[in-house]
Structure formats: C-alpha cells, structure tokens
Ligand binder design. Structure first.
Ligand SMILES: Cc1ncc(C[n+]2csc(CCOP(=O)(O)OP(=O)(O)O)c2C)c(N)n1
Ligand SMILES: [Mg+2]
Length: 582
C-alpha cells in the first residue's frame, strides 16, 4: 500500500485526472508544497504550472482555458487573500456556465475557524458564486472530493467549484487510492427528456407558422451545432443566437438569423418578438437578450424551453412547454419524433422568411468607415474578414465587446469567449492567455477596451514568459466608451468620469514586458497593419486608436420591448427609469 501525505495525494489525484495546467500566482504553494511539487511532479506531462500576476488573473486564465476546451480549468491558491481574489473569477465563470475549479489549500499555518490573521470563511464567501463547494476535513475524503469537483464542473450545466482543504488534511498520511465516483449522491444529470414533454413540444413545432430557435450557450456546451442544423433545415425554422450562443450556429447557414439582444440585430429581435413559437435552447432569457420586459416578451408566441438546468425554466419567462434535458439529445429526440413525411406549410414559411428579410433590408448590420478616425465597428469587421471568422476571439467588456458580437462572424463553437453574465472588465486578456494555452494551434485574439485592459494588464508577464503566440487588439477610445454612450443617450451628456485624463502609452507598456507592439491610427493602414501584426510571431499588441464618439447601434430602448430599438442619437428616448448599465 502506498502511503502519501495530503499534499502528495492532492497533486497525484490532479495528475491522474490529467489536469494540464495549474494556474496560480508566484509563491502560492508555500515551502513544503513547493518541495513536493518540485521533486515529484515538476516533470509530469500534466500539471504544468502557469504563473499569473494575480489570482483574479489566474481564475480568468483557467476560465478561458475551460471555455475553449470543454475541460475544467484549475486554480490552486493559498487560503488568504489569494483565495478571495478568485471570487470575481468564480462569479464570472459561474454566470456563463464555465468549468472553473478553485482549490484553496491551507498550505501554511491553519487559519481555519481561529479568527486569527487572514482567517477567511471560504465556504461562506464562495457559496453564491459556485455550483457547489466542498470543505475537506478528512484525508480519506481528499482524492474523492477532488475527482467529484472536477466532474461536477463539466457535467450537467457546467459551473464553478471551490474546494477548501484544511492544513491537517494536507499534512496527514493515508494510503493513496483513486476512488471511483460513478454516483454522486443527489446529483442527477438529465440527458434525454421525458417522452410526454417531447410529444407536447413536437405538437407545438408542427402547428407553428412563425417559429424561431432562440439558441444560447447551451448549444455550444452540449456540442449541438450539427444536430440543430439538421433539425432547423429540415423543418425550415430560423435560428437566432444570444451573445453566449455565438459560434453555436454557422453564420452562412440558410436558417441563421443573426443574433438577439440589447445590441443584437433589429431583424433578429423583430423575428423573436413577432414569432408564434419560440424554441429556446440552452439560454436563460436574461434581460440583455430579451430587453428585460419579461411580461411583454414575444406576446403572440408559445414558448418551449429546453435546458439541462430545471432551475432556469419559468424563472424570467412563463413557459408553455418545459423540456429538461441535454440540448443535443433533446434536439435529436425532437427530430426523430416528427414524422419523416411532415412538411411545414410552405406558404406560411415563405411569408415568414420574407418578412424577416424585409426587416433586415430596413436595418441591415453593416460596418461603415467614414472620416479620418478609425471606427471600431469597421476595425472588427476588417479583422473578421482577415481571419475568415475562424479565430478564437476573447473580449473584454464594453462597446468593443458588442461590436465583436455584431461584426465578428464566428464560424465555430467554443471560439467566442466573453463575459456575458457578469460583464467583468479585465476578463479578456487573462482569459485569452488561458485560451491560447488550451488551443495552442489555433489563432487566438484578445480584443480589449482600454478601460478593461488596465484592470489586468499585469498579465503580460505570463503571456511573454510562456512565449505565447497571442495577438492583442487594444481598442483605444480614451474612454469607458459604453459609459460615455449611456451618458450621451440617457444622462444629458453629463460626461462624468468616463474619459481617461491619463491614458498610458500602451505600446511602451507592452514593450517593457518584452512584447512587440505598435499603434494604428489611420483607416487606410488598418488592414495592412493588422495583417502584419498577425503574421508577427509572439505576443503582439496592436493599439488601434479609434473615434471615441462612435456608438453601438442598434440598441434596445431601455424599458422597451424587443421590437423597440434605437438606431441613431436622433431617435427619441422614452421617459421613465433607466435600468442599470453594468
Ligand atoms: C470590473 C467592472 N467595473 C465596471 C464595470 C461597468 N462598465 C461596463 S462597460 C464599462 C466601460 C468599459 O470601457 P472599455 O474597456 O474602455 O471599453 P469600451 O466601452 O470603451 O469599448 C464599464 C465601466 C464593469 N462591467 N466591470
Ligand atoms: Mg475604451
């Protein structure tokens, strides 16, 4: 029998689970764990340590890795402020159903329940930003709990897990086993939906004249793209996507109808609003994708809601037909349950598609470059064309994020990485580092706002030290552009605190970390300069100086419904309370 101490069991279990990377800041293991790691695991083909600048950075890196690979991203940190710094990362990942596992190890003296210096209740703090959390107080539980944590993070609706491991456990000795975790008590992952729900959904689908699929991140997570293409093309059902669903359905498929939401396309929002059947798959009807006026959502439509997580159903929107199950399995069940000879009524479908085309013709989504200053929309459109929509694009939060969603034509699932649920500024750069580590052969771009970038730009050291071939597009509008947009539209142009009086020299900052960098400020040179940056090896920052007055349109009118959009500053703003921007 092989006796090991808890520290060894900890690393050994992660190694046997084939965890590729351990994300953590420097010195986070403490002396004894460093020694064990160095002696026994530093040559492992797994467990490569990625040293970040901060724990928040580490958690976004692990999150980015998880989103582009579908595997759990792992952070290891000490039990002090190291752990509290991961909370933003945990909530960011959890709101977007990303698989992040944070191991809080009491590497040094035990601060548990003693109320001494640096004592923290990790379980209490992390409860609301995790899918589940564990406190490990017995060494005999350690290996099993690690395995369960990793398993829980990627199964069902993926999410975040925090595991708090006491000092005693890490010091104790025990025989090492790699316990099986076939069943976790009380944890059921639905796959197939009950037949009666499928039957009800099938009836609604066969009767519908103006159906639409409202596809969310669940399509990407369950790898349902092909099943959905087959289903939608056969039954002639248009497919629109939420922000988190982008990449989940190809842009050139004949059924695709752009994307929906606050800055989604007019015609996609109109199609949802005027449909008679919304088939929501793996989305949660949040206010950014629906406008937030839940009682007036698609007023003439019945709603089928397919989701693996029953708690999302009937939360915001009253649903006529709930279907709990895995998106890909349920789409296949529906497809197989609709008789092969069934054909949707061709007149009503032709009218429906023509109507959507008319709406598109009224307000198409096109990027126009006018004037001497670069428009961000045009820059993103140019990048989409250069990369043919095939790059992994990781964004920060703000106007640039919305222009990426509008103009980057994501061809493939798991290629769009963005903080949709929490809107975490500072997410983009570290998440792009994790994404590049997870997908080393693919082109990875970080598209960052200048405000967001300043929140985590210390992570340059990780990108450069790991020789990543990572391209950073820094959109410099000298402002918190999204804040400025809201102040322009809704706060009488009271431009308070949105302009950077001191915007640093990003080219010099990048160079001081050993990255390559240059500035682009002329529309004429935009394309050639970006191509040059893309063909330069290593970490390359391209700072694009843009017109700070450009605004993201269209935009759902705050407090309005999905058919009520603004297209220019001249459009009248309705009276009434303005919802929160962030
Ligand atoms: C950590 C954090 N703080 C504040 C906000 C509120 N907020 C949302 S967008 C935004 C401005 C973003 O500025 P920038 O990164 O420069 O992007 P831009 O809008 O200019 O493209 C702010 C302050 C947030 N989402 N996250
Ligand atoms: Mg900005």
């Amino acid at each position: 029998m092989l006796f090991m101490n808890g520290l060894e069991i900890f690393f050994k279990t992660l190694e046997k689970e084939k965890v590729e990377f351990l994300f953590s800041p420097p010195n986070s293991f403490g002396k004894q764990a460093e020694d064990i790691f160095e002696k026994k695991f530093s040559k492992s083909k797994y467990l490569e340590r990625i040293i970040s600048g901060t724990e928040q950075g580490a958690s976004h890196m692990a999150d980015g890795y998880a989103r582009v690979t579908g595997k759990p991203g792992v952070v290891v940190c000490d039990s002090d402020t190291s752990a509290t710094n991961t909370i933003t990362g945990l909530q960011t990942a959890n709101m977007d159903s990303a698989s992040l596992v944070v191991f809080v190890c009491h590497f040094n003296e035990d601060k548990d329940l003693t109320n001494i210096f640096e004592h923290i209740d990790h379980i209490g703090i992390s409860r609301s930003c995790t899918k589940h959390n564990f406190l490990v107080t017995k060494i005999s539980d350690l290996s099993r709990i690690i395995r369960e944590a990793l398993h829980l993070s990627v199964t069902g609706r993926p999410g975040t897990i925090l595991v708090d491991i006491s000092r005693e456990v890490l010091q104790d000795k025990e025989s090492f086993t790699f316990p099986s975790i076939d069943k976790i008590s009380g944890y059921i992952v639905p796959k197939l939906a009950p037949k009666k729900d499928i039957k009800k959904a099938v009836k609604l689908i066969m009767e519908a004249k103006r159906p639409i699929v409202f596809g969310g991140g669940g399509i990407v997570i369950s790898e349902a793209t092909q099943a959905l293409q087959k289903f939608a093309n056969r039954l002639k059902i248009p497919v629109t996507l939420t922000l988190m669903g982008l990449g989940g359905y190809p842009p050139d498929d004949p059924m695709r109808v752009s994307w929906i939401g606050m800055h989604g396309s007019y015609f996609a929002n109109m199609a949802v609003h005027n449909s008679d059947l919304v088939i929501c798959i793996g989305a949660r009807f949040d206010d950014r994708s629906t406008g937030g006026v839940f009682d007036k959502f698609a007023p003439g439509a019945k709603v089928i809601h397919i989701d693996i997580d029953p708690s999302t159903i009937n939360k915001n929107i009253k649903v006529h037909c709930p279907v709990v199950g895995d998106a890909k399995s349920v789409i296949t069940q529906l497809d197989e349950s609709i008789p092969l000879e069934f054909k949707p009524d061709s007149n009503s479908r032709t009218d429906w598609f023509e109507q959507i085309k008319d709406w598109e013709a009224n307000h198409p989504t096109v990027a126009i470059q006018k004037g001497k200053q670069i428009k961000t929309s045009f820059a993103i459109d140019t990048i989409s064309k250069i990369t043919k929509g095939k790059a992994v694009v990781v964004t920060d939060v703000g106007q640039h994020q919305m222009w990426v969603a509008q103009y980057y034509q994501f061809e493939n699932p798991r290629n769009q990485v963005t903080s949709g649920g929490l809107g975490t500024m500072g997410f983009g750069f570290p998440a792009a580092i994790g994404a590049k580590l997870g997908r080393p052969r693919d082109m990875v771009l970080a598209v960052c706002g200048d405000g967001s970038f300043q929140m985590n730009m210390q992570e340059f050291s990780t990108a450069v030290e790991n020789n990543l071939d990572l391209k950073i597009i820094l959109i410099n509008n000298g402002h918190h552009g999204m804040v400025r947009q809201w102040q322009t539209l809704f706060f009488n142009k009271n431009y308070s605190c949105c302009k950077f009086d001191l915007n640093p020299d990003y080219v010099k900052i990048a160079q001081s970390y050993g990255a390559k960098s240059f500035r682009i400020d002329s529309p004429k040179q935009l394309e050639s300069s970006i191509k040059e940056g893309f063909s330069t090896k290593g970490v390359v920052l391209m700072e694009i100086v843009v017109d700070h007055t450009e605004m993201v349109y269209p935009m759902l009118t705050p407090g309005g419904t999905m058919d009520d959009m603004l297209f220019s500053p001249d459009d009248p703003i309705p009276d009434g309370p303005i919802p929160d921007m962030s």
